[in-house]
Write a protein that binds this ligand. Sequence first.
Ligand SMILES: Cc1cc2nc3c(=O)[nH]c(=O)nc-3n(C[C@H](O)[C@H](O)[C@H](O)COP(=O)(O)OP(=O)(O)OC[C@H]3O[C@@H](n4cnc5c(N)ncnc54)[C@H](O)[C@@H]3O)c2cc1C
Ligand SMILES: CC(C)=CCC/C(C)=C/CC/C(C)=C/CSC[C@H](N)C(=O)O
Length: 479
Amino acid sequence: EEPRNPPSKIAIVGAGIGGTSAAYFLRQKFGKNVQIDLYEKEEVGGRLATLEMEGKLYEAGGSVIHPMNLHMKTFVKELGLSPRSPSDNLVGIYNGEQFVFQESEWFLINIIKMLWQYGLNFLRMHMWVEDMLDKFMRIYRYQTYDYSFSSTESLLHAMGGRDFTAYLNTTISETLEKAGFSHRFIEEIVTPAMRVNYLQGGKINSFVGSVSLAGTDSGLWSVEGGNSLVCTGLLYASNSNLIRGTVTSVQQKTRPLKSGDTVTLYEVNAETESGSQHVLYDIVIIAAPLNKGLSSIKFLNFDPPIKTFTRPYQQTVATFIHGQLNYSFFGCPEPCPNELSAILTTDNPSLFINSIGAVSPVKSTGGGDPSKSTDLKVWKVFSPEPLSKDQLHLLFKSYHAVRSKTWLAYPRYSPPEKLPPIILHDRIYYISSIEWAASAMEMSAVSAKNVALLSHHQWHGIDEKVDQENILEKIKSEL
Ligand SMILES: Cc1cc2nc3c(=O)[nH]c(=O)nc-3n(C[C@H](O)[C@H](O)[C@H](O)COP(=O)(O)OP(=O)(O)OC[C@H]3O[C@@H](n4cnc5c(N)ncnc54)[C@H](O)[C@@H]3O)c2cc1C
Ligand SMILES: CC(C)=CCC/C(C)=C/CC/C(C)=C/CSC[C@H](N)C(=O)O
């Protein structure tokens, strides 16, 4: 049989890390001749965005990257960007009345405190995360050898077997309790980690819970100048066209061929600065959540109809304050003996914040570690609702600058989790399906590479690289 020509045109909706990394991987797979159009209704970067305060920029959305997030690591290297290490934080856990755990500057004291309060739970948690990461990292090998998956469930299954798919159906608290972690450790250490990372407590699914625990590891990093530089870099490197506008609908169209056959194409309808635009594509990739209030894309003329999803996203407000923290609000007498630079919280309905932490601007100035400075620091507060003036006056003795950004940040997780499909129609793919397992920059990049491989294999009929079992053995036999 004649090898099929590459597609002529691919549309990607959304220029966040999912959409821009898809453009990059699609260019690698389909070659230089395919036209790739990337539609973006707001800013390139999406949920990777900085906020300006007093002439400096701070990460207002996705901020930290795990040292084992290999796609993000490779992008930064290939694009000639530099990693930036966030400042060291002394962490305290506040339960609404007092600190239940406080880190000290002294390593040995921390070890003794951890053992005294939680026995071997910290060590076991470390081992738990290591095990999860070992399994997670199998995806890089599969993707290097071009293997792809037609659903997020099968992708998770290939990484971590039944453990990973079962994680979608139980809460992180239940799973850790079953694994023998103490109730106190789950309440005082695990739940605060879920509350800072996903604004939700121990009831989130165990997969996103494990990702969230990985987000407490050491060695986390960000991109010098701002994480969104990865998206602008990928857009440029992929040689795609950025179309500034809102995609309103995608419609199925049938066109006659010279041979007498017909071909199905997808018309992407968008409102752009220069008016309405209607362009036909061979492949369409959706890299934005299709949930209510987020992307508002209609799918027209499909039988059976393509569903959009109704489950909600979690509202998260990131507020930046340049001021002097009122430690006595947290029950610490002044002067507070340990000047904590990150305060996490346990589940307590009377608390109006989830976390507060000292942050540095995205550009390192070489002026030392600001978390250690005695000057006023810039703090980032995560809360479900915007902070009122009264609440700011409770948290700060004084402040002279405040800025905030409200996000529909990540899914409201509620296991058992039914994940949206990746394949919405023959050649329409949905990258953001993966967010219902866990939302993180690397998750979007993993899903983007999977969709690039899957769309390539389906276009060219390469079935042996889709949904395979025992891939590690297959790879060994390929060597
Ligand atoms: C406050 C916060 C903190 C976070 N912290 C971290 C962290 O520390 N580490 C981490 O790994 N992850 C973090 N995350 C999660 C991470 O930011 C996201 O998982 C990731 O950025 C999602 O990328 P994406 O490209 O899939 O989606 P998005 O970034 O949302 O991109 C989708 C894009 O599509 C555009 N779009 C939507 N609809 C349309 C349309 N109809 N037409 C055209 N364009 C459209 C949007 O404007 C957007 O730019 C955080 C998220 C938030 C909000
Ligand atoms: C995908 C894998 C295997 C690991 C990612 C681990 C990671 C970096 C998790 C963090 C996820 C997240 C949504 C963090 C939000 S808050 C981040 C930070 N604490 C802040 O204050 O901005």
